[in-house]
Design a protein around this ligand. Structure first.
Ligand code: NAD
Length: 505
């Protein structure tokens, strides 16, 4: 059993520009996955705590929404610089609570910062539309205005990047924010809140409440929340979408994934295998854009790919994310590790061939950590649970296809449609794949096609509920409401009562 060291820190909400020191009725344990020890005791919000954060945000909205966009942007510029200077410290916090290797943690901070950089250009994004003289001495303009208080609810797997997909654009557009990070690695959101305050963000514009279903449900039902951005698993994304829309809110809810990589016979196999190793086992497979299914086309491609993958897996360095040279850290919690290990049992029972079994990986001296080595299944078929369900761990499944058409059909028939990749040397095959595949993000010889911050991120099918993808231009649309005005100023011309529809003739 994990032990609780005396030093386990209290992790509290951040409300109205400061860490909330009112104490907590209940706390949950946060672990260091590399040691299995409890590293923090997290305050779990009550309905009253959530209300305190929303009230603070609602009050701050009155002035923040009227603050000129370039002034809002200046604060985000300062925040950007502070985060950049503190990247190593923030990465260490991520590794200590999530487990991913330090370089990977630094990478997610940088990918989050790219969204901040996009948000710094908000004056350009918020420029409206104007038409002069739509009738005599009448002008028309369209504006994008902030929504009000918006909420963000994030998963454990990117404690820096996913919150930064949400709040920089929301704040830049003039909204105020209540963030509910994952209860598994909550510290980073509080650190970001402190840096926003240091950058000059007024109190109450950005708040953090911690917690579980109670906190989420309180946000989804709160009368003063206008919109909800959610990222997490598909069942919860669907629940959040249904519940929050029933309460009249705008919702974007990004869900789970099962990302396929199709490998054509003409692909550069060295490139494909190197890409697959990073995409399947990086961050212990706990990425919504991880490749979890590889689909080689033709038996020769499958056999060659399998041989190289087995050799590469033999070299995969598993260990604590803080150690130099380690490529894959532990899983986030013991429960999650056991759940993923359970799929190895399930797949073998379903008749798939477990070619490499990650349970065999031994790490002397790290027995308390939530480690599992990389695994590979071959001869997986579409009816198996290990194919249909999201495992979210370092497990790659190989489904052999006999033709490009069969591979494409397989991808399109899956319930998820987050990302996908094709490896090929043929432009026409790649073009056809891009045109016909049912997924939101597609890579051509690129294994993890995560869009840059000035594009938008999101999947199709049951990987996204709602109409808007996240960050980039879609983020600006999501966090603003469109308004059109028609204006006339008193002048010498006579205005007569008109009883027919104005036609501006
Ligand atoms: P999760 O769905 O368990 O939790 C996400 C958030 O929902 C957390 O803040 C959690 O506290 C809250 N939550 C959990 N259960 C709830 C309930 N019953 N009612 C209300 N709220 C609840 O997801 P996770 O395990 O933290 O993260 C992994 C999942 O996130 C994977 O499915 C992964 O694919 C997905 N994900 C998707 C994307 C994407 O962009 N599509 C990105 C990252 C992660």
């Amino acid at each position: 059993m994990p032990t609780t060291p005396a030093a386990a820190a209290h992790i509290d909400h951040y409300i109205d520009g400061r860490v909330d020191d009112r104490g907590a009725e209940t706390r949950s344990e946060v672990y260091n996955p590399a040691t299995g020890q409890v590293s923090g005791l997290l305050a779990l919000a009550t309905i009253q705590d959530v209300d305190a954060a929303v009230q603070s945000a609602a009050k701050a909205f009155e002035t923040w929404s009227l603050t000129p966009p370039h002034i809002r942007s200046r604060i985000l510029f300062r925040f950007r610089d502070l985060v950049e200077r503190e990247t190593d410290r923030l990465a260490a916090i991520i590794t200590a609570e999530h487990g991913k290797v330090l370089d990977d943690a630094r990478g997610e901070v940088i990918r989050g910062l790219e969204v901040v950089e996009f948000a710094c250009g908000i004056p350009q994004q918020l420029k409206g539309e104007f038409s002069e003289n739509v009738s005599r001495a009448v002008d028309a303009m369209s504006l994008r205005q902030p929504l009000g208080v918006v909420a963000g609810i994030s998963p454990f797997n990117f404690p820096a990047m996913v919150p930064m997909w949400m709040f920089p654009v929301a704040l830049a557009c003039g909204n105020t924010f209540v963030m509910k990070p994952s209860e598994k690695d909550p510290t980073l959101s509080v650190e970001l809140a402190k840096l926003l305050t240091r950058a000059g963000l007024p109190d109450g514009v950005f708040n953090v409440v911690h917690g579980d279903k109670t906190a989420v449900d309180a946000l989804l039902a709160h009368d003063d929340i206008e919109a909800v951005s959610f990222v997490g698993s598909t069942p919860i994304a669907e629940y959040v979408h249904q519940t929050a829309t029933a309460h009249g809110k705008r919702v974007q809810a990004l869900g789970g994934a099962k990302n396929h990589m199709v490998v054509m016979p003409d692909a550069d196999l060295d490139q494909a295998v190197a890409s697959l190793m990073g995409a399947a086992y990086g961050s212990a497979g706990e990425r919504c854009m991880a490749i979890s299914v590889v689909v080689p086309v033709g038996e020769d491609t499958a056999n060659a790919l399998r041989e190289r993958l087995v050799a590469a897996l033999d070299q995969l360095k598993v260990g604590p994310g803080t150690l130099d040279g380690v490529e894959m850290g532990p899983l986030v919690t013991k429960d999650h590790r056991d759940r993923v290990a359970g799929y190895l049992e399930t797949g073998a029972q379903e008749g798939a061939e477990l070619v490499v079994d990650g349970r065999q990986t031994q790490l002397p001296g790290h027995e308390g950590g939530f480690f599992l080595g990389g695994s590979l299944f071959d001869h997986v078929t579409p009816d198996m649970r290990i194919y249909r369900e999201e495992i979210f761990g370092p497990v790659l499944t190989m489904v052999r296809a006999q033709s490009f058409a069969q591979a494409l059909q397989l991808v399109n028939d899956h319930e998820f449609g987050n990302g996908t990749a094709i490896f090929t040397a043929d432009g026409n095959t790649a073009r056809t794949y891009l045109a016909k595949v049912k997924a939101g993000m597609v890579g051509v010889n690129v294994p993890i096609p995560v869009p840059m911050a000035f594009h938008s991120f999101g999947g199709w099918k049951r990987s996204l509920f709602g109409d808007h993808h996240i960050h980039g231009p879609e983020g600006v649309r999501f966090y603003t409401r469109y308004k059109t005005a028609t204006t006339r100023w008193p002048n010498d011309s006579k205005v007569r009562a008109e009883f027919s529809m104005p036609t501006h003739g």
